[in-house]
Design a protein around this ligand. Structure first.
Ligand SMILES: *Cc1c(COP(=O)(O)O)cnc(C)c1O
Length: 363
């Protein structure tokens, strides 16, 4: 079989080396004669795995000591709920920046949880202009007292990324589901970072939460124990049975990322991959991307064919060439190539070659 390059937005492709290792270890992990899925999460072998995973992640992201790392259930959306329930007790207010589909979904969840009568607990700023450019508000004169400001650093559906740090007087909560470890970020600027695993980390269902210690003092609402950050922290993310296989695979991805040079090396590669693809789009009138240059996502490259009646033929031919899952999100249409950490440069090169040939054939 010739190479298949999978551009799925999520669950996304995982590094081939990791998948091969997992396959080898599937029925005999660590010489135990059983798989990692079939042992106690409290066994010393599994505990060693979790400690290693945390340590590796701390090094990769340079996470300061006053932050806890939690491995939770519920993916990205699970944290839409958890941040509200953990931080907005006793009528606290939050501010949400909205610049795409996922930040909109986070607002929807927050307003549902505070309830119709308390809608003023969730304030919103739409910070995208008509040019698909993110304009960050100036918060210096803001007198409101917010428990947190929430934003989504990479809008996976729309292909819009915010590269700037947000400067504001409140703790910043960021959804990094589709951009975590694709570039360096300064963890110390955030109150809480979360990410569903299935884009840059591992299997879906798992959620990584990095939370600053003082955030756990905020008053919380009565809530399910498995979603409570304090309980997760006090129980080493094992209040109930954690998603052990996902945790194992995440640890393998962290090791792989370390072995290829860590986040800085990945950032350079990701820049190169995205540049190749955007250059192809910009240099060819057959393709367009409407996102302003400084907010073009490095992870999710959206593009349209100038003649959308060719969309299905484009997708069919791409698939024949081994380039799969390029169809855009159903809400925005067009195409989307998700090029997370695991996508090799040759995969992007293959896509660019295909796009150039397809455009030539149809112009
Ligand atoms: C994928 C994604 C989510 C949702 O993740 P689930 O695990 O499906 O809940 C949330 N935010 C962003 C930015 C995403 O890309």
């Amino acid at each position: 079989m010739s190479a298949i390059y999978n551009f799925c937005a999520g669950p996304a492709m995982l590094p081939q080396a990791v998948m091969q290792k997992a396959q080898q270890e599937l029925i005999n992990w660590n010489g135990l004669g059983v798989s990692v899925m079939e042992i106690s999460h409290r066994s010393k072998e599994f505990m060693a795995l979790t400690q290693h995973a945390e340590k590796t992640l701390r090094t990769l992201m340079d996470i300061p000591q006053n932050y806890h790392v939690l491995f939770m259930h519920g993916g990205g959306r699970g944290q839409f709920t958890n941040v509200v329930n953990n931080f907005l007790g006793d009528n606290g207010k939050a501010l949400y920046l909205v610049n795409g589909q996922w930040s909109t979904a986070a607002v929807k969840e927050a307003t549902k949880l505070v309830g119709e009568n308390n809608i003023d607990q969730v304030n919103i700023i739409e910070n995208i202009d008509g040019l698909n450019q993110v304009v960050l508000p100036d918060f210096s004169a803001h007198s409101d007292d917010y428990r947190y400001l929430h934003f989504c650093a990479n809008e996976t559906v729309d292909g819009i990324e915010i590269f700037d740090e947000i400067e504001c007087p409140w703790p910043v909560v960021v959804d990094l589901s589709s951009t975590i470890m694709s570039r360096k970020i300064d963890v110390s600027k955030y109150g809480l970072i979360y990410a569903g695993a299935q884009k840059n980390i591992g299997p879906s269902g798992l959620s990584i939460v990095i939370v600053r210690d003082d955030m756990l003092q905020l008053p919380s609402l009565p809530q399910s124990s498995i979603m409570d950050y304090r309980i997760a922290q006090a129980n080493d993310s094992m209040f109930n049975t954690p998603p052990t296989f996902a945790w194992y695979l995440a640890a393998e991805v962290f090791d792989w990322l370390t072995s290829v040079g860590g986040v800085a090396a990945m950032e350079a590669l990701n820049q190169q991959k995205a540049q190749m693809l955007y250059d192809c789009i910009d240099n060819n009138p057959f393709y367009t991307n409407g996102v302003c240059k400084q907010n073009r996502s490095r992870m999710n490259v959206t593009f349209q064919l100038s003649d959308s009646s060719l969309d299905s033929e484009f997708l069919a031919q791409a698939e024949l060439a081994g380039l799969v899952a390029l169809k855009g999100h159903r809400v925005v249409g067009g195409m989307r190539a998700s090029i997370y950490n695991a996508m090799p440069l040759v995969g992007v090169q293959a896509l660019v070659d295909f796009m150039e040939a397809f455009a030539k054939q149809h112009s």
